[in-house]
Design a protein around this ligand. Structure first.
Ligand code: DAT
Ligand code: MG
Length: 140
């Protein structure tokens, strides 16, 4: 039996867009073999971000995170492929760019800037339920 196709939400954060890394990041997703299904350049508002990051409300980095994500345009991408949720999180690397593995987006292109929130270039959904919820938020 063949596993069903999966979709995930990738967001290139304001640091990725402002550092002109959009093409590099898209290229890594495409080179891995995943399909770009939809793509939008968005200035996210607080309402969208509060919903997107609801699980982090109350954490010390929450306000800085919401402000950072509003600091410039982001690129939202609907990406499809078998096991793409897990696959993109592997491409992205772990949350802290200082220790993210070399070879990953965050490990190769990111660093700590000494700020209250990590600027780590990309977001990727972390489960099928989250992916569905996030895709309907960003591509409604
Ligand atoms: P991820 O983006 O790897 O799924 P997350 O969902 O736990 O990580 O957190 C959302 C974002 O918030 C993350 O990409 C960067 C920032 N962040 C998370 N934990 C942090 C921390 N301890 N200090 C600073 N920023 C943090
Ligand atoms: Mg997360």
């Amino acid at each position: 039996m063949v596993a069903s196709l999966e979709e995930t939400l990738v967001v290139i954060k304001p640091d990725g867009v402002s550092r002109n890394l959009t093409g590099e990041i898209l290229s890594r997703i495409e080179a891995k073999g995943y399909q770009l299904v939809d793509i939008r350049l968005i200035h996210a508002d607080r309402e969208l971000l509060a919903s997107h990051y609801a699980e982090h409300e109350g954490k010390p980095f929450y306000e800085p995170l919401i402000e950072f994500m509003q600091s410039g345009p982001v690129v939202a991408i609907r990406v499809s492929g078998h096991r793409v949720i897990e696959g993109f999180r592997t491409l992205a690397g772990t949350t802290d760019p200082t220790t993210a593995a070399p070879g990953t987006i965050r490990g190769d292109l990111g660093r700590d800037w000494g700020l209250p929130v990590q600027h780590n270039l990309v977001h990727g959904s972390d489960s099928p339920e989250t992916a569905q919820r996030e895709l309907s938020l960003w591509f409604s």
